[in-house]
Ligand binder design. Structure first.
Ligand code: ATP
Length: 599
């Protein structure tokens, strides 16, 4: 998901309209923001008129040499200008407050929808898209869209009124002088738009370079033990410096761009002002316009300067919103590949029979690589099915298909005759627990981690699950027991402790199907034995699938499937497979030999 501007005009317009419609979810705030903008800009336009009139009045009063009257005029105008300015200030505050409020509301709604969508997108999507890109999208792109109402729509209203009505007023007063006064507008508008678009392009590039930088840093921190163990500090520094230098170069380029365009814009504005001063002065001398009119022109130019410079920001805001918005909506509009069928019923489990019927499967990211090939087997409640096979033979894939992390390509998987694709996903995932190879712990207490799937579970149940997973003994030795907070990536726990916590977490679900995906590999043989014995007591209530590399683990299995290239090569009990003298027996001999060698 590199950050590029590739949105067509019509797609951009559609995105802008969609975001504007979202803003209308708070119609009251939108109305106040727009109304306040109109009133603030109308009052701003009034100030040059007032000043011009005051100067003219002063001149005529001074011509009468009446000091008292001129003081009165001065006071009257000053009071009026002050009053108008205060009112304008109030309306500008209302405009800022309510346009920001609308933006925040839109940002909030989008953020919720975005996070909700991420929770439902299929694993195939997450295989494809880097999580760092998703975070960038959810933070930076969303921020770009959030600012649209305040920096885009409201500013557009302000500019239309100031340039449109203000320009019309000047043209009505003196067309030639108006042309001179407004002559800087097209140049500054063009220059500011071009430079803002260039700044935007470089900003996107800078974001890319910054995300490379943060990825280098993130990887360094995550792999700090590897870095230190291999004394790779200097190499890591070089990698970081390369990424930093690239970001710095771009930052310099952005400064040059900004300074260059600001200088050109200021120059053109001052040239226009000098021309108005010169031509206007001559006109005053010739009696064609009053001094007050000239002052009004100059004041108007001063007022107009800033909004015109902001034309570029307006263009930028529309460009940014259409690209950022398009990316966000593209994600929001994705239909999860694995989703509930219409009116899908709950999964009903009575007999408790899980069946793989002619299942073939390839991962969406590698569709040409068949990982499971016409695989069929059956597992009944009370049974423990062991799965063994070489690396990459498809064992984890079987574990991932049961809770529908992915959908099968051909064939079907059923529980009590119900095709898993036809039942409610939630009910399926409540019934199936997979203890995965990669254990993830949240930064919270041990009890919260264990009760993740059932936050209202009683302490008794948490302790029972921990007992079965053989982790309660360790937890009891901790000063804070179950309240002990697990740090970042559970660094304070050993691999085996993490695996046991993960087993306890899955047991809390009281699943009908429990899959262990090589999840006792980091646990010593004696503790593993205790866990499996404890589980065997409960195994009568559920289907248990044990995936393992250590054949010792599979001694508890009623039936063992030997997998090879996504197919079942051998199937039977330990004794049957040994008698077969095939792959299983060979693997057994090899493991026994290496075990004895190690001993
Ligand atoms: N998300 C994925 N996208 C694409 N291919 C994948 C994905 N996950 C696994 N694979 C591929 O599918 C094949 C089977 O992988 P799987 O993880 O099921 O094997 P395994 O038998 O569990 O291996 P191991 O014993 O190493 O855990 C491998 O070739 C692997 O490269």
């Amino acid at each position: 998901m590199a950050q590029t501007d590739t949105v067509s005009w019509s797609a951009g317009l559609k995105t802008i309209l969609r975001i504007s419609r979202m803003a209308l979810d708070t119609p009251g705030k939108v109305a106040i923001a727009i109304l306040a903008t109109i009133l603030a800009s109308a009052l701003q336009l009034w100030i040059p008129v007032l000043l011009g009139q005051a100067i003219d009045q002063m001149q005529s009063v001074m011509a009468m040499a009446d000091a008292e009257a001129s003081r009165g005029v001065l006071l009257q105008t000053a009071t009026l200008v002050l009053g108008v300015s205060v009112l304008r200030g109030i309306f500008t505050t209302l405009q800022n407050y309510f346009s920001e409020a609308v933006g925040h509301h839109t940002g909030y709604a989008l953020r919720q929808a975005y996070y909700d969508k991420i929770q439902h997108l299929s694993f195939g999507f997450h295989d494809r898209v880097h999580s760092g890109d998703l975070i960038t999208l959810g933070m930076l792109d969303l921020e770009g869209v959030r600012m649209f109402f305040a920096t885009g729509l409201v500013r557009l209203v302000l500019l239309v009124i100031l340039i449109g009505f203000g320009g019309a007023m000047l043209v009505q007063t003196d067309p030639f002088l108006a042309v001179l006064a407004l002559s800087f507008v097209p140049f500054v508008g063009w220059k500011s738009s071009v430079s803002q678009l260039r700044l935007r392009r470089t900003w996107l590039e800078l974001q890319d370079r910054m995300s490379v930088l943060s990825r280098v840093m993130e990887e360094n921190l995550a792999g700090i033990k590897v870095v230190r163990a291999f004394s790779a500090g200097p190499h890591e520094m070089v990698k970081f410096r390369d990424a930093s230098v690239k970001a710095l170069d771009l930052a310099h380029e952005r400064v040059d761009l900004r300074v260059g365009s600001t200088t050109a814009m200021t120059l053109s504005y001052l040239v226009a002002m000098a021309l108005v001063l010169l031509v206007g002065g001559l006109k005053v001398q010739a009696g064609e316009i009053t001094l007050g009119t000239l002052a009004a022109f100059l004041t108007f130019m001063t007022i107009l300067q800033m909004p015109v410079r902001q034309l570029g920001m307006l263009v930028n805001s529309f460009a940014r919103t259409s690209t950022c918005g398009a990316r966000i909506f593209a994600l929001l509009d994705l239909k999860p590949v694995v989703a509930d069928a219409k009116n899908a019923p709950e999964l009903e489990i009575s007999e408790g029979v899980l069946r793989f019927e002619g299942v073939s499967f390839a991962y969406p990211s590698a569709p040409e690589h068949k990982v499971l090939d016409d695989l069929s087997f059956e597992a009944k409640r009370g049974e423990i099915i062991g799965i063994v096979g070489p690396q990459g033979s498809g064992k984890t894939t079987i574990a991932q298909l049961i809770p529908r992390f992915y959908d099968v390509g051909e064939g079907r998987i059923t529980i009590d005759g119900q095709d898993l694709r036809s039942v409610r996903l939630r009910s399926l995932r409540r019934s199936v627990a997979v203890v995965q190879q990669d254990v993830f712990m949240f930064t919270t207490s041990l009890e919260n981690n264990i009760a993740y799937g059932d936050p209202w579970a009683s302490p008794r149940r948490i302790e029972k699950a921990s007992d079965s997973a053989q982790i309660s003994g360790y937890i009891d030795t901790l000063p804070e027991g179950y309240r002990t907070v697990v740090g970042e990536r559970a660094a304070s726990l050993s691999g085996g402790q993490r695996q046991r916590l993960s087993i306890a977490r899955s047991l809390m679900l009281k699943p009908d199907v429990l899959v262990f995906d090589d999840s006792t590999a980091a646990i010593d043989a004696r503790t593993e034995e205790s866990i499996l014995t404890a589980l065997k007591d409960e195994a009568a209530e559920r289907i248990t699938i044990l995936i393992a590399h250590r054949l010792n683990t599979l001694r508890h299995a009623d039936r063992i499937l030997v997998l090879d290239h996504g197919r079942i090569a051998e199937e039977g009990s330990h004794a049957e497979l040994m008698a077969l003298k095939g792959r299983y027996a060979a693997l057994h001999a090899m493991q026994t030999l290496s075990h004895e060698g190690a001993a």
